[in-house]
Design a binder for this molecule. Sequence first.
Ligand SMILES: *Cc1c(COP(=O)(O)O)cnc(C)c1O
Length: 373
Amino acid sequence: MNDSKMITVTSPLLPDLKEFYNSLEKIWDSKWLTNNGSFHQRLEKALAEYLGVEYISLFTNGTLPLITALQALGLTKGEVITTPYSFVATTHSIWWNGLTPVFVDVDPNTGNIDPEKIEAAITEDTVAIMPVHVYGQPCDHERIEAIAKKHNLKVIYDAAHAFGVCKNGESVLKWGDISTLSFHATKVYGTIEGGAIVCRSREMKTKIDNLRNFGIVDEVSVAYPGINGKMDEARAAFGLLNLKQVDAAISKRKQVAERYRKELTGVDGVTFLQEETNIRYNYGYFPIFVNEEKYGISRDALYVKLKENNILGRRYFYPLISTFEPYRTYFSAAPSNLPIATKMAEEVLCLPIHHALSNEEVSRIVDIVRKIK
Ligand SMILES: *Cc1c(COP(=O)(O)O)cnc(C)c1O
């Protein structure tokens, strides 16, 4: 173990502390701590503008939006087609609604659900498709939504990685029936814990806002068995301040991604996902894929070697969700049904990427991956 500073895969975006104190003073003065207060309202408005969407509802984390999205669309029975190559919350949200997850393999070029394989997984019980824009790579939404239309299915995008991502100038959050975001501290944009739902109509936003607050419609009526998903004023204030610096953070991330691309191109046995020119990325992750035969050592050996040098890569997304205890016995969870996702999970290593990473730190990482050190 060397004594250099620990480098983590990401680092939270933190607002200026004095500015945060000022916001807290305002909250103390108002004595309004939660339940759609003024910071909450301002953050919803500011995010709608920043993201280029019309209807957004803030939540206390990024998992309740997934659970609530299924509720809002009235999906309480049947099967939901999804990807095994994601954070476990995606599949958990299906389970929490009493629905059955059905895993479909991914496209090796993006890591996203492969539209070619969706139709074969549709049965008379299928009610929705829940894809993930993994690493902020936009899904093939045109094909996914054509299939959904043909079979009368809802589409909920888990856009936890896609904050600010646009394709051909349009926010990916406008796709499908509903998209959900996470503002967890480890994400590109954070409110400590937090999240949101983006939807298509005023009526749907009202329903989602009600579901977020126990299903309460007014003082004397409860329309749905809702949940408590409300964001508080302190975190909304934190989020408002972070919104001012998220563009600068994304620019810094972009510089890191460009250096990795430049310096790791041509390393035998190391590949990465290709970028397209019509997409605005947020550079939330930098996954590399390590082919043991060509690289000489396994992904896990490289992971350990980095760790020995105080560099913490993360194996997102290994193990696959479909291999975890609650889901491994599902018919669709068989590794033979998911060969591409299985291979990606075995080869992937996300390298450190964040706004505070120095050039010297990137050099240390690159040197190890290139086996110079
Ligand atoms: C982070 C994440 C979530 C959950 O968000 P939380 O804010 O941690 O609840 C859901 N899906 C994906 C793909 C994620 O990465």
